[in-house]
Design a protein around this ligand. Structure first.
Ligand code: DX5
Ligand code: ZN
Length: 218
């Protein structure tokens, strides 16, 4: 399975006061998708933004929106994101029937993703691998941008890639948290095909250079 590399700048790290301009900046720089982190102050210790904010981005964005729900009841809330999202990713640790939520996201017309926190063993997502379009391996504790990449997560990326081959599946393997030139190259070399880049992308004076540099690791 060889997916082409997707680079998804994370809007969490942008200047919210200049939202439209920041979306355009990421697109002009070569973003494939935009990553949108929804946090409820319960599943994670932070509150970010919700569906109204994402709908506003969908009005101006030209690239697909990749919605990452870090919330406790994704089964209840995901329908509000369907109209604007291409992908909806939920956490395996949240309080819901994971299989049912994944199936419901697909039947609503979105691609479905499943994510696991750094402390969650890979075995916990194994029962759902044949139901997903994307597996999001968290490489920091979810909740905040700007944290350092947890190097031990490289082994989990490798396991995800091996499990995909062993089962003849085709889900994308996404990494999220602490991605920069070095950790991005490590993740790509371990088989990750989808990179979320927050602080490193939006803090860069030239985001296109950042994205080109990440692609050069392929
Ligand atoms: C963290 C979020 C990430 C975050 C990544 O909980 O899921 O998407 O935006 O930000 P950086 O790249 O700054 O670690
Ligand atoms: Zn995220």
């Amino acid at each position: 399975m060889n997916h082409s590399l997707v680079v998804a700048p994370s809007i969490l790290a942008c200047d919210f006061g200049r939202l439209h301009a920041e979306v355009l900046r990421a697109e002009v720089a070569g973003a494939d998708w935009l990553h949108l982190d929804v946090m409820d102050g319960h599943f994670v210790d932070n509150i970010s933004f919700g569906s109204a904010f994402i709908d506003a981005i969908a009005k101006v964005a030209a690239v697909p929106l990749d919605v990452h729900l870090m919330i406790s009841r994704p089964d209840h809330y995901f329908p509000r994101y369907v109209r604007s999202a291409k992908n909806i990713t939920v956490h395996v640790e949240a309080d819901h029937d994971v299989s049912r939520t994944l199936a419901a996201i697909r039947s609503a017309g979105c691609q479905c993703g499943l994510s696991l926190k750094p402390g969650t063993p890979f075995e916990v997502v194994e029962p759902y691998l044949d139901q997903i379009d994307l597996l999001l391996v968290m490489t920091v504790e979810p909740g905040f941008g700007g944290q350092p990449f947890i190097p031990e997560m490289i082994a989990k990326v490798r396991t995800a890639v091996e499990a995909r081959a062993a089962r003849g599946l085709s889900y994308r393997v996404q990494v999220d948290g602490g991605i920069n030139a070095g950790t991005g190259a490590m993740a790509i070399n371990s088989g990750a095909d989808t990179l979320v880049v927050g602080t490193y992308a939006f803090n860069a004076p030239d985001m296109s250079l950042v994205i080109r540099q990440l692609r050069s690791a392929v």
